[in-house]
Design a protein around this ligand. Structure first.
Ligand SMILES: [Zn+2]
Ligand SMILES: [Zn+2]
Length: 239
């Protein structure tokens, strides 16, 4: 019966990831329609492809997540904790930052590799087939690329301790930024985007430039690696 329990956990996680995607992308696609009426109106066929690839990605994300969630519940795997005082209070907000930085680092380097011509065609061309991307492109990845993303959080929970609520926060940031960075317009105030802090953060106008020029702006949340490696070309004037 163990196998059945694992399978059910994977199916449940797949459903959660798929519904989370549909809800988040749906909300921001509606907002896009309000803020920029007709902006993506001629992209119907592209959006249908984005939704198809994204739902396939949800299944790929659901498999490792389901396995780890089952192991956590049944065998106490992972370093996820639930009691607020298991770790000092100052560590509470630090953990999500460590997760985001680790995820960003993994994403930057795998993303750069996937822009090598050979890897690009087989793994990453699907994501760049969105021209321009929309809110529905958040999880529009070829299955091989989806696999590189799907293993990150399930691996990190074995390495970096985190309170379950802070893990929820990481997943929320991951979902919202994944969607909003593809919707083609900046939802954050200019004062933040053009501030000193903003110059280290990735929002829509930064990732939009990656989709326009390909060989720059590879990061996910932070501009740290792009800046260190000289691949940061700044914000797109079009978002
Ligand atoms: Zn993208
Ligand atoms: Zn890319």
């Amino acid at each position: 019966m163990t196998w059945l329990a694992i399978l059910l956990s994977m199916l449940a996680m797949t459903a959660i990831v798929a519904l989370r995607y549909l809800a988040a992308s749906g909300v921001f696609a509606m907002l896009t329609q309000r803020v920029r009426p007709g902006y993506h109106s001629r992209l119907g066929p592209q959006i249908r492809r984005e939704i198809g690839w994204s739902l396939a990605s949800a299944a790929i994300y659901g498999i490792p997540a389901g396995l780890v969630a089952w192991g956590w519940q049944e065998h106490g795997w992972t370093r996820i904790y639930t009691a607020w005082d298991s770790w000092p209070l100052w560590y509470l907000p630090l953990a999500p930052l460590l997760y985001l930085f680790a995820h960003d680092t993994w994403f930057y380097w795998t993303h750069r590799l996937m822009h090598r011509p050979r890897w690009f065609r087989s793994m990453h061309a699907v994501h760049h087939a969105s021209r321009p991307p929309t809110a529905w492109a958040a999880m529009s990845f070829h299955p091989w690329e989806a696999l590189t993303g799907a293993v990150v959080i399930p691996a990190l929970v074995f390495i970096i301790p985190i309170h379950v609520a802070m893990l929820g926060l990481v997943l929320l940031v991951m979902t919202v930024m994944g969607v909003t960075n593809h919707m083609g317009w900046e939802m954050f105030p200019r004062a933040l985007v053009h501030s000193k802090l903003g110059s280290w953060l990735i929002t829509a106008s930064h990732h939009q430039r990656h989709h326009e020029e390909y060989r720059c702006n590879y990061g996910l949340y932070f501009r740290f690696w792009d800046r260190v490696c000289g691949t940061d070309r700044g914000l797109s004037p079009n978002a």
